[in-house]
Ligand binder design. Structure first.
Ligand code: AGP
Length: 605
């Protein structure tokens, strides 16, 4: 998950490339670099760490030129270092790359025995060494790039820049996203349209296996069989790509605060003209499905885990859940009456995309719930349902999670209606409750000051345990992930009833235990698990509603949530999970928006 960008401009490109990389930094920030052609000469600057370090270098060592490529890195092969930073250069060619070259060791051995001298530990350097070797054999840049691409196995979005070629960038897409931007006498390329939004709203998305020859006059696009082809140019809504903090200290804070509006928008988008009706894409058919397979990663997977309860309870539809990176390797049994549903904020997560491609030939329909309607997962689904959360820049997913839940709940209700397991009356009641979510989420956000105080205790912890039952168990998992994501505190989540089967050995006076327990049908059981913890001096924080807190008796720490219907509780209780992680991280001084070792979109397997 790196970000790449390229510009054939009419002006000096370095400032625009830096701006584009800033918009791509959410994809990785271990190092960054830019290469340009100036008066035919190829030159580059690279820096370890965040983009600001590269900017610093370029103030003192400017990089002139009106043709250039840039890169922001999440390290896969070879740690963060200048030597491993992209662009990589060999002879007269420079390359930036997002993905993994799976046959790089064999290529490296072949190139080394042919005399190539490698300066990095990366898989990417094999690309540029191959291209350089082909140039030295007398190939043209286009021939050298094409021949190089033929030798590569694995996933890549790659761009080549050649010394002496002021009006040429060659790029290719296989397994990692890449789009081309059309300017007035300028051409661009980027890992996503957001990177190019300051320069153009006219975007062409390359398809799998495509490669393209860019000049200021336009792009020649070739498919995987090297046949020249055309891909549609679309106009994106650049307004949606605004990436500022709107006065908040962090993107994560902004995105948490946006949730009432986002959830209102998602509800509105899928509401029909009548108050108790929904408007969903044609062809969405749950009636004949015998099983729903749900696959995702991370936070998106926990959204699926919640949705499993909804689909089974309200639609009587058996759900099979899988973490994307495990799914296809267990050789899942698939059938023609299965529905497959993929959830992904970025729509580019390699594991999830690979799982989608694995099932597509074998199931009735592939549905996706995504935040980027132009993403690979969306474009390869039979039906893609956008969550309309707007750009989510903070690496820790917040508004996307609650919006995913909102849309999944809508789908579960539609499934119940289609399958006849939900009466129109019950459907209308659940839909009424769903419409109330934005208001309840706003009330939950109002607990921020109290959560800020409670988080101070947490920030001193070495480990934290999250507990929940029923739909609160995936919420506990999400709370633990959020805390790990941004505060670097080790956290685990358990189904509360599972505690006595081992993990209760962890309990002592130094272990904070956070319990999600609205006053629902499982409340008593959860509270008795909580009391087992308190009997062993565990430091319990109970998150419940007024009735639950009143009945729970003496608890060291308490947080009151609004009283909400069971159906929508998981969406509302996501807010304290997010705020606890956020304020604990603030107390610890970690980088909330760009936590160490992480990236927003994991586009490598
Ligand atoms: C969650 O806070 C993380 N950002 C991560 O777990 C993320 O949810 C996961 O990588 C899936 O990403 P996706 O939704 O873009 O597919």
């Amino acid at each position: 998950m790196c970000g790449i960008i390229g510009i054939l401009g009419k002006h000096e490109v370095s400032p625009q490339i830096l701006d584009g990389l800033k918009r791509l930094e959410y994809r990785g920030y271990d190092s960054a670099g830019i290469a340009t052609i100036n008066s035919g000469k190829l030159d580059l600057r690279r820096a370890v760490g965040k983009l600001i370090n590269l900017s610093d270098i370029m103030v003192h060592a400017p990089l002139p030129g009106r043709s250039g490529i840039g890169h922001t890195r999440w390290a896969t092969h070879g740690g963060p270092s200048v030597a491993n930073a992209h662009p990589h250069r060999a002879g007269r060619v420079a390359v930036v790359h997002n993905g993994i070259i799976e046959n790089f060791r064999a290529l490296r051995a072949e190139l080394t025995s042919a005399g190539a001298e490698f300066g990095s530990e990366t898989d990417t350097e094999t690309i540029v060494q191959l291209a350089s070797q082909y140039l030295e054999q007398g190939m043209t840049p286009v021939e050298a790039a094409r021949s190089t691409l033929k030798r590569l196995e694995g996933a890549f979005a790659v761009a080549f820049l050649f010394e002496g070629e002021e009006d040429l960038i060659i790029c290719a897409r296989r397994g990692s996203p890449l789009c081309i931007g059309h300017g007035a006498g300028e051409m661009y390329l980027g890992s996503d349209a957001m990177a190019l939004a300051e320069m153009t709203d006219r975007i062409t998305y390359l398809e799998e296996g495509d490669w393209a020859v860019l000049s200021r006059g336009g792009a020649l696009i070739f498919d995987a069989e090297d046949k020249q082809t055309n891909r549609p140019m679309t106009r994106i809504n650049v307004e949606n790509t605004r990436v500022d903090k709107s006065g908040h200290k962090h993107f994560m804070a902004k995105e948490m605060a946006e949730q009432p509006g986002v959830l209102q928008a998602a509800m509105g988008y899928y509401s029909g003209r009548e108050h108790d009706s929904l408007e969903l894409p044609q062809g969405l058919d749950f009636a004949r499905a015998d099983r729903l397979i749900m696959v995702a990663c991370g936070t998106a997977f926990y959204a699926c885990q919640v949705a499993k309860y909804w689909f089974e309870k309200y639609a009587g539809l058996p759900v099979e859940l899988d973490i994307a990176s495990e799914f296809r390797y267990r050789e899942p049994v698939l059938g023609p009456a299965n529905l497959a549903l993929f959830v992904s904020q970025s729509g580019e997560t390699a594991d999830t995309l690979a799982a989608l491609r694995h099932v597509k030939p074998h199931v009735a329909q592939v549905i996706s719930v995504v935040n980027v309607p132009t993403s690979s997962i969306a474009r390869e689904s039979d039906i893609a349902l956008p969550i309309h959360a707007g750009p989510e820049i903070g690496v820790a997913s917040t508004k996307a999670f609650t919006a995913q839940l909102q849309v999944l709940a809508i789908l579960a209700l539609r499934a119940g209606l289609q399958r006849g397991t939900l009466s129109p009356k019950a459907f209308a009641e659940r839909l009424f409750e769903l419409r109330a979510v934005p208001g309840f989420v706003a009330q939950a956000l109002d607990r921020e000051e109290e959560i800020k105080r409670l988080s101070e205790v947490l920030s001193q912890a070495r480990d934290v345990l999250f507990l929940g039952r029923g739909m609160m168990y995936p919420l506990a998992l999400e709370g633990a992930l959020k805390l790990k994501d941004i505060s670097y505190i080790h956290a685990e989540a358990y189904a509360a009833g599972e505690l006595k089967h081992g993990p209760i050995a962890l309990i002592d006076k130094d272990l904070p235990v956070i319990v999600f327990a609205p006053h629902d049908g499982l409340f008593e059981k959860t509270v008795s698990n909580m009391q087992e913890v308190m009997a062993r001096q565990g430091k319990v924080l109970l998150i419940s509603d007024a009735k639950g807190l009143a009945e729970a008796g003496e608890v060291p720490f308490r947080l009151a949530m609004p009283t909400v219907p069971d159906f929508i509780a998981p969406i509302v209780y996501a807010v304290p999970a997010q705020l606890i992680a956020y304020h604990t991280a603030l107390h610890r001084g970690t980088d909330v928006d760009q936590p160490r070792n992480l990236a927003k979109s994991v586009t490598v397997e």
